[in-house]
Design a protein around this ligand. Structure first.
Ligand code: DGL
Length: 264
């Protein structure tokens, strides 16, 4: 079991940022990635729909004998984590929210934190609730930024159009005076430089991927589930073939990888 792949999913390319960080942190591990390109963006869907997509993908990952499931999507982590955990029994399930909350609560100085994410994530209120539970001295302000994930999925990064949209969202009065900004969507590390540029590098931009991969490493190690042979394999599945997904997967992994389309 410990040498089986880690299953990771997202609606599209965002989770590749997590998969890539995991590959760097855990180079011996095999990864089986599922991008639900047929149903993206998740952030615009109802909780019920996101839960159904997440459960169907998790069943697929369990059939493929994955030893752990990583929900590399904040929208699904917000509304489907419990359901996926119930489905998965003894197989560990990771979300991308708790490790970030744990990390920022290590320091409990008064601080104004901004959170940006999809509508599903922000409407769930999960960041604000969990942060304040652990760190009542923080104040939290959240803003849904629904155009960002589709923009990134379409490859608009470091372009005039992305600059304009990012500027428009981050200028919102809701985010005025923040000292930290949590990127609560796994697509956003891909525009992290543009976000830092907006703030002239004056605030702390928290990108979850390294925090999440460290916590997965710690937990797999504690549960004695780390791979003990070094022969990693990377497999990529999508629910609908898209060129942009293929390009991103090749960028993060290897040039010659093949996508497999599955109908779930
Ligand atoms: N990357 C995902 C997230 O972290 C989903 C974006 C979307 O499909 O709306 O929320």
């Amino acid at each position: 079991m410990q040498n089986n792949a880690i299953g990771i999913f997202d609606s599209g390319i965002g989770g590749l940022t997590v998969a890539h960080a995991l590959k760097e942190k855990l180079p011996k591990e095999s990864i089986l990635y599922f991008g639900d390109t047929k149903h993206l963006p998740y952030g615009e869907k109802s909780d019920d729909a996101i839960q159904n997509f997440s459960l169907n993908i998790s069943k697929f990952l369990l059939e493929k004998k994955c030893k752990a499931i990583v929900i590399a999507c904040n929208s699904a982590s917000s509304v489907a984590f419990q359901k996926v955990k119930e489905l998965s029994g003894n197989i560990p399930v990771f979300n991308v929210i708790d490790p970030v909350i744990n990390k920022i609560s290590e320091n409990n100085k008064k601080c104004k934190i901004g959170v940006i994410g999809t509508k599903a994530t922000i409407q769930s209120g999960i960041y604000k609730r969990k942060i304040l539970e652990k760190s009542p001295r923080y104040s939290v302000t959240s803003l849904a930024t629904p155009l960002l994930a589709p923009m990134i999925e379409e490859g608009f990064i470091n372009e005039e159009i992305s600059k304009t949209i990012i500027h428009n969202y981050l200028s919102s009065s809701k985010l005025k005076g923040i000292e930290k900004l949590i990127l609560a969507c796994t697509h956003y590390p891909l525009i992290q430089n543009e976000i830092k540029f907006f703030y002239n590098n004056n605030i702390d931009v928290i990108d979850s991927v390294n925090i999440v991969s460290q916590s997965i490493y710690d937990e797999l190690k504690n549960s004695k589930l780390l791979n003990n042979i070094s022969n990693p394999k990377y497999r990529f599945y999508v629910s609908n073939f898209t060129k942009s997904f293929e390009n991103s997967a090749r960028f993060f992994f290897q040039e010659n990888l093949k996508l497999e389309e599955v109908n779930i």
